[in-house]
Design a protein around this ligand. Structure first.
Ligand SMILES: [Zn+2]
Length: 59
């Protein structure tokens, strides 16, 4: 899935949750998938901040 599409889906599924800041960096995290789980990921070093959706959220 393209990152842009994911970002859009994330925006809709979170009701417009703001993109979290990347801890220790000056940039916002980006929506990406980690192990097939939509997650906030550092765009610079690629580390996963956390899953975007709370655990147990129905599809
Ligand atoms: Zn970062």
């Amino acid at each position: 899935m393209l990152a842009e599409q994911l970002q859009e889906e994330v925006w809709e599924s979170t009701g417009g949750e703001p993109v979290p800041a990347c801890p220790g960096h000056q940039h916002p995290a980006k929506a990406d998938s980690a192990n097939e789980v939509p997650s906030w990921v550092c765009p610079r070093d690629g580390h996963v901040l956390r899953p975007i959706l709370p655990a147990g959220t129905p599809e």
